[in-house]
Design a protein. Structure first.
Length: 278
DNA sequence: TTCCAGGCTATGT
DNA sequence: ACATAGCATGGA
């Protein structure tokens, strides 16, 4: 156990496997930032958590501690996973850059819309578009909840056109309409392949976006999404052999098995931190 | 100005 | 089954 619950505050003691910067800036989530006190915060669904770094622990202050124990995946031992993944020599050299990364247990519905927006886009603009999308979400204490399926389905196409999302606006509207009569909790009971096929049947979702949604929204850690950054990691650090993105995905999923998605985050964070100075 | 960003759809072969 | 043009927008 790496955490304790005290007066609705989660105290995480093992900082080698919990680092708010690594967790939030490794590209898996978009509704986060640093508040005026210099503390990281993250919004998920209709919940918000603020993370305060102390000398001996990180304190997670939120409206819903149970939600965030699950959200931050606090019952999983990431040091054990790191040891396993370190058998790959190339990856073992990159893990220290993002040693406190954890895969967040995000909301499936929120991940679907977030990652439709993410296609052929950059993270800063993705965040701006999602922020605008959330303006129709319920007002909470200092933030907006992510809009529900009904709120998104009831919004007219003009709303989506006002987001600055470009050609993705119609994908968002079509997906909102398609999801209106679907219970995602029932979808969750299906096999990974069945969920994948359901996801790519939605407009604006292809192999990469579906893999992200499976990993971050359906907690399928054996998925390894391949985007432009991962393609570069592959050619810069693993092989010069020309491969398609689906082939690169297979290559890494075969290498990292049930921890593929976690390996992917270390690689993504390493490559992106190396090439973007803030 | 051109290129690129967590790619997908549509339309060829 | 695989290859590629076109796609909205904004920042470098």
């Amino acid at each position: 156990m790496i955490y304790k619950l005290e007066n609705d505050i989660i105290k995480v003691f093992d900082k080698t496997q919990f680092n708010p910067k690594h967790i939030l800036e490794c590209g898996q989530v978009f509704r986060f930032g640093i508040d005026k006190n210099g503390n990281y915060f993250v919004i998920s669904k209709d919940n918000k958590a603020t993370i305060i770094e102390k000398d001996d622990c990180c304190e997670i202050i939120s409206n819903n501690p149970d939600y965030f124990v699950n959200y931050f995946d606090l019952n999983t031992d990431y040091n054990e996973i790191k040891t396993t993944l370190s058998k790959n020599v190339t990856l073992s050299k990159m893990i220290p850059f993002g040693e406190g990364i954890r895969i967040l247990n995000g909301d499936a519905h929120e991940m679907i819309f977030s990652y439709i927006i993410s296609q052929n886009n950059n993270i800063k603009r993705i965040q701006k578009i999602i922020d605008k999308l959330c303006e129709i979400g319920i007002k909470k204490d200092g933030f907006n909840a992510f809009p529900t399926i009904d709120e998104l389905a009831n919004a007219p196409i003009e709303f989506y056109q006002s987001l600055g999302a470009g050609y993705r606006d119609k994908f968002l509207k079509q997906t909102a309409d398609a999801l209106k009569n679907i219970n995602l909790e029932e979808i969750k009971q299906k096999s990974t392949d069945e969920i994948y096929n359901f996801l790519i049947s939605l407009q604006g979702i292809g192999p990469k976006v579906a893999s992200c949604i499976l990993l971050f929204g359906f907690q399928k850690k054996d998925k390894f999404p391949v985007d432009t950054w991962i393609e570069q990691v592959y050619y810069n650090h693993f092989s010069n052999k020309k491969m398609s993105r689906p082939e690169i995905q297979k290559y890494f999923e075969n290498e990292f098995k049930e921890y593929s998605g976690i390996a992917q985050q270390y690689l993504f964070y390493f490559e992106r931190e190396r090439k973007t100075k803030e």
